[in-house]
Design a protein around this ligand. Structure first.
Ligand SMILES: NCCC[C@H](NC(=O)CCC(=O)O)C(=O)O
Length: 444
């Protein structure tokens, strides 16, 4: 049976804005208070997803969340009509309002960790939504993320859905952004690589300035839940020094696909020892560790261009392409490196650039915008077909964005009760387009 990797991109929500919510994420902090363009953001994301579908790759979309999260504001003691709740929050707790209004669920690399059926003990694809406890605005995503995943992968025979891990800093989990999988073919058992930022329990080194969002204990729990074999699982610590330079997720410093791990020289701790473990667990077959030296690309350039927050995608002839943000073209060192990379004789022989600047300004590149699900044809046939990208869905979603989205959003707009009404109207229609059922709190 045919196997492939499907990418499920997050549809950017109607409240996409720049609120400076992510301490440790350089782009989020430096663009705080900039004016956003939700319409353009959603269209940039759709254009990338459609381009990948047009390359022959399997591409789906995941619906955004209901924002502002009114249920959360009410849970925090704001009361009255929706308009009153919003205006009280804007006056008394503007930082909380910014948090509950974020469209951050667009970065579906943080939606969940996914293990394909070839790796799991029960032969199903396993999903664990990330608890994202390190940031308030993200910690409220998990329950609705779980519902959206269940409505998208709605078949118990093929898909197993777990709850997010307990919301405690010891179990901080940021999902697939700290997880990659190396394999010969998508359908054969692979080595699942979990990159963590810290472990309080074993007392690992930790960053001094910025938070390490993913813990070893969370990664171990996800591996257990998914029924992964320890012979096919490697836990590796990310270098805390690079977290302090703005590498808040591992997918800002490395990306893996099939038999390739593309990484920065400074990405990990104990690199040689861990790579030996990966080689050993991988077994026979060629494995490419493509190291980018600091002399070629500094951490600063990697963080500002998102060279590693790229998608590495495979085609039927086993060649690979890099899906990169246009920001990589604008950085001379990175552009030079990419020109050399495609000539190096590794499986990567092409680069495609996409303008996802609306997302980049909040620290999300092409790889943040997608959740990877390796699957076979029978599993794909069990996916909700209305979430899969094709000409029809692309046209419908673009028309839907044109109808409902604003092209300008600043902090003052977040308390506008009309924005809430517009968002709910849009999402209500979206659940019909994508056949999701009542996934949103306002629909229940
Ligand atoms: N994988 C990329 C995630 C980017 C995301 N940015 C944000 O949430 C920024 C939101 C703001 O600042 O408005 C984060 O840091 O988790």
């Amino acid at each position: 049976m045919k196997h492939f990797e499907a990418n499920f991109d997050g549809l950017v929500g109607p409240t996409h804005n720049y609120a400076g919510l992510s301490f440790g994420n350089v782009a989020s902090f430096s663009n705080a208070d900039a004016v956003s363009n939700p319409k353009q953001a959603a269209k940039q994301g759709l254009a990338k997803a459609k381009a990948l579908a047009d390359m022959g790759l399997v591409q789906g979309m995941l619906a955004p969340q209901e924002r502002p999260d009114m249920a959360c504001l009410r849970q925090l003691g704001f009361s009255g009509t929706d308009a009153e709740v919003l205006s009280q929050a804007a006056k008394q707790a503007p930082q909380i309002l910014r948090s509950v209004a974020s469209a951050s669920s667009m970065w579906t690399a943080n939606a969940a960790t996914v293990s394909p059926s070839a790796d799991t003990s029960d032969g199903r694809i396993h999903f664990t939504p990330a608890n994202l406890v390190d940031k308030l605005h993200r910690s409220i995503e998990a329950p609705v993320t779980g519902r959206i995943l269940k409505a998208t992968f709605a078949n118990d025979a093929f898909f197993a859905h777990h709850d997010a891990l307990p919301h405690h800093p010891l179990l901080g989990d940021e999902g697939a952004a700290n997880h990659t999988r190396l394999c010969r073919q998508y359908g054969s058992a692979g080595v699942e690589l979990f990159a963590y930022g810290q472990s309080s329990l074993i007392g690992s080194p930790r960053p001094q300035k910025f938070p390490a969002r993913q813990t070893l204990e969370a990664s171990q729990a996800v591996a257990r839940l998914h029924g992964l074999d320890s012979d096919n699982t490697v836990f590796m610590q990310q270098n805390p020094d690079v977290i302090d330079q703005g590498v808040f997720h591992n997918d800002v410093i490395s990306v893996g696909n099939r038999n390739v791990l593309f990484y920065h020289e400074q990405a990990f701790l104990h690199t040689e020892q861990k790579f030996a473990e990966i080689r050993d667990k991988y077994g026979d077959g060629e494995l490419h560790f493509i190291k980018v030296p600091t002399a070629a690309v500094s951490i600063k350039d990697a963080v500002s261009s998102y060279l590693f927050n790229t998608q590495l995608v495979s085609f039927d002839d086993d060649s690979m392409a890099i899906i990169a943000p246009t920001d990589c073209q604008e950085n001379p060192a990175v552009e030079r490196y990419l020109n050399e990379l495609v000539q190096m004789g590794t499986p990567i022989n092409k680069v495609h650039f996409f303008d996802v600047k609306q997302s980049m300004q909040n620290g999300g590149g092409p790889a943040c915008l997608r959740l990877r699900v390796a699957m076979n044809q029978a599993e794909l046939d069990a996916v909700n077909p209305h979430t899969l990208m094709n000409d029809n869905l692309f046209t419908r979603l673009n028309a839907w964005v044109d109808k409902h989205y604003r092209d300008r959003l600043s902090e003052a707009d977040l308390a506008d009760p009309q924005l809430l009404i517009e968002s709910r109207t849009a999402l209500d229609e979206l659940t019909q387009i994508m056949h999701l059922g009542s996934v949103y709190p306002f629909q229940r």
